[in-house]
Write a protein that binds this ligand. Structure first.
Ligand SMILES: Nc1ncnc2c1ncn2[C@@H]1O[C@H](COP(=O)(O)OP(=O)(O)OP(=O)(O)O)[C@@H](O)[C@H]1O
Ligand SMILES: [Mg+2]
Length: 270
């Protein structure tokens, strides 16, 4: 389905339009009446408690889970897992946990991103250049011939991102890419994603529990809990008390008058 740009979108049509999406898993409504429009070059952070449907939304966008109701249009088409080798890149936390038995160098792993039905028996179609460029973009040139199992968690995550970049994906979906990373690795990954967005014109949709990190980087934030409860510029993202209200949670205890300095966790928890 081709979607038309609205009046306020000056030129390009959106790359993603989700209309009234509902998804049922194991007989239970997981997503309900979700509307979402994404334009090229946006960096969007999705947060929400455990089980609130964040991964389900990404899997629906990839065409892995079918909607119960509503529609998804991505680059003017219904989602199709075959798009994995097209304009959409997918990076999940699990993707960086490669089985120990798998012996692959960084370069080989990234090269897998360029393998498609067309070139499975031949890599002479320029894919070597794409691989080198992707490795350079994530700053792993020094370790490109090392076995992936010897990398740190942060480096491995970069390698998985490079694999997505090698497909020349324009739209990158990341599900919890920061889990298990130390502060430096996390900061440098966020910087990389920011550069990919600003300098390479990528569009990024990132799910994370790390509210502080995602707020530093994303331009737009979505709070998802079955429905989208907030969608707007990052600087307008509500504080935790207001979030609790959005979620319909009322305070259990009345706050004593001068009990205002309790450190607040920035993690979004159930
Ligand atoms: N494979 C599955 N089959 C059936 N139900 C599932 C499956 N995976 C998840 N669910 C259910 O769908 C709901 C949403 O799960 P989802 O994984 O999308 O949440 P999430 O927001 O990504 O959570 P988390 O922050 O823990 O990753 C949950 O109630 C979960 O139990
Ligand atoms: Mg999830």
């Amino acid at each position: 389905m081709q979607t038309k740009p609205t009046d306020e979108d000056c030129c390009d049509p959106p790359i993603l339009v989700v209309n009234n999406l509902s998804v049922i898993r194991s007989g239970k409504i997981v997503l309900k009446d979700v509307d979402l429009t994404v334009h090229k070059g946006e960096f969007i952070g999705i947060v929400g408690p455990n089980g609130s449907g964040k991964s389900t939304l990404l899997l629906s966008l990839l065409g892995v889970i079918k909607p119960h109701k509503g529609s998804i249009s991505i680059y003017g088409d219904v989602p199709n897992p075959r798009n994995f080798f097209g304009r959409i890149g997918w990076v999940s936390q699990a993707a960086s946990y490669l089985p120990r038995q798998v012996k692959l160098t960084v370069r080989e792993l990234v090269r897998l991103g360029t393998v498609s039905g067309k070139n499975i028996f031949s890599w002479s179609d320029g894919s070597n250049d794409k691989v080198s460029q992707a490795i350079k973009m994530v700053g792993l040139e020094d370790v490109e011939n090392l076995d992936v199992s010897r990398l740190s968690g942060g480096q491995r995550q970069r390698a998985v991102i490079a694999r997505a970049l090698a497909t020349e994906a324009e739209f990158i979906l990341l599900d919890e890419p920061l889990v298990g990373m130390d502060r430096d690795a996390r900061n440098s990954l966020l910087k990389l994603l920011d550069q990919l967005c600003h300098d390479a014109g990528k569009t990024i949709l990132m799910v994370s529990h790390d509210l502080t990190a995602i707020r530093q980087t994303a331009h737009r934030m979505i709070f998802l809990e079955e429905k989208i409860r907030f969608d707007g510029p990052t600087n307008l993202f509500p504080e935790l008390e207001a979030l609790a209200e959005l979620r319909g949670i009322t305070p259990v205890h009345e706050s004593p008058v001068n009990f205002q300095t309790v450190p607040r966790s920035e993690e979004v928890k159930t």
